[in-house]
Design a protein around this ligand. Structure first.
Ligand code: ADP
Ligand code: MG
Length: 364
């Protein structure tokens, strides 16, 4: 007999490596959990660019005692109970596999507290299997600290890659935190790295802020004069291909709002690369290659040598898209994408039109 079941702990290690693919995705999961917990302040601390450890500290709601044993068990979540709820889920996480996977590929520990009166938390450590070991009491205001040590220690090839490329991987993690920090106007981010005994701040945003002020504190205040706010309403007819699949379906049009800011449509307001472009669906960062391409094309017709700086949040009804496409959730399936892109192209061109040559109107 040649076919056998893989033992449980090996399966865990194999599947964990698919959820947590790199430093960036590990950090992303912790930041998303902090946001889902309602935090208004999120600190990220890297040690040696994340190679030794990284931790995310939040002032969210904390985790109650009864939930501790389930925190790092695969497919255990407080955010979704059945597949039917996926259409209405508003949290960033919902699959209940991030912490379980992190346990499989690193050493995970936590301090959590559900109340600041008194400010006492409990420290929790986790076995690679996800089993929770309750430790002692420690001083902690309401919130949770999640610490990940020696990422990929259980996957030697991946660990070696991380060691080799750690500065680049760290850069990617910072880029990702930037994308959450810009859009979350009610949350103060503070990100630092300590290496060779020196601590450096990489990102700091104010508590109560706007997308503009977040952009200014993360990148450069001088860019603000080049950026104009937009608030577009797209009329998007349901794609024919979708209508065909639904028996008796009527032609329908959905109104989709897109809010954000973009560089003025002429040089020198743009940039030479497309690395300052942030797209979201209801505040969730995603990588929409076709939409980004469309925005760049429209921009190129006004400014042939540059790319715009752009922050764009598509406000969609929960049943108009599917985030459960890839493990990192950065690919989002949008219903009627073709028509959405067509409407976006039209509206964006219209938006740029009156400013062409003057750049004065609507500028803040
Ligand atoms: P998911 O986010 O998909 O639910 P995770 O593995 O990321 O899965 O987290 C498991 C559960 O642990 C969450 O559903 C949540 O209840 C709890 N949790 C994780 N991180 C935090 C946090 N920072 N604050 C409060 N609760 C948390
Ligand atoms: Mg999560």
């Amino acid at each position: 007999m040649a076919i056998q079941a893989i033992d449980k702990s090996s399966v865990h290690r194999l599947t964990s490596g698919q959820v947590v693919i790199d430093l960036q995705s590990a950090v992303k999961e912790l930041v998303e959990n902090a946001l889902d917990a309602g935090a208004t302040k999120i600190e990220v601390r890297f040690r040696d660019y994340g190679l030794e450890a990284f931790e995310v500290l939040d002032n969210g709601k904390g985790i109650v005692k009864d939930d501790w044993p389930s925190i790092a068990l695969k497919h255990h979540t407080s955010k979704l109970a059945s597949f039917d709820e996926l259409a209405s889920v508003s949290t960033l996480g919902f699959r209940g596999e991030a912490l379980s996977s992190l346990c499989g590929v690193a050493t995970l520990s936590m301090i959590t507290s559900t109340s600041s009166k008194p400010p006492i938390g409990t420290s929790l450590t986790f076995a690679h299997s996800g089993e929770c070991v309750v430790g002692g009491k420690v001083a902690r205001e309401r919130g949770t600290t999640v610490k990940v040590e020696r990422l990929f220690d259980t996957l030697p090839v991946r660990r070696k890659e991380l060691v080799k490329n750690v500065k680049r991987e760290f850069g990617k993690a910072i880029e990702l935190i930037n994308s959450y920090a810009i859009i979350n106007t009610g949350v103060r981010f503070d990100v630092r790295n300590t290496a060779k005994g020196k601590t450096q701040t990489h990102l700091q945003t104010p508590t109560s802020s706007s997308i503009r002020s977040n952009y200014a504190s993360i990148f450069a205040a001088k860019d603000l004069a080049s950026l104009i706010d937009f608030d577009l309403t797209l009329e998007v007819p349901t794609d024919k291909s979708i209508l065909k699949r639904i028996e008796g379906a009527m032609e329908a049009t959905t109104l989709i709002k897109v809010k954000g800011m973009i560089s003025k449509p002429a040089a020198p307001h743009g940039r030479t690369t497309s690395n300052r472009q942030f797209f979201y669906v209801n505040g969730r960062p995603f990588s929409p290659s076709k939409i980004a391409k469309t925005v760049n094309e429209v921009y190129k017709s006004y400014n042939s040598n540059q790319f715009p700086i752009v922050v764009a949040d598509f406000q969609l009804a929960p049943d108009a898209y599917d985030v459960n496409v890839s493990p990192d959730k950065r690919t989002i399936f949008l219903h009627s994408e073709t028509n959405l892109i067509r409407a976006l192209k039209e509206q964006l061109a219209k938006f740029f039109e009156p400013q062409h040559g003057t750049f004065a109107m609507q500028a803040i």
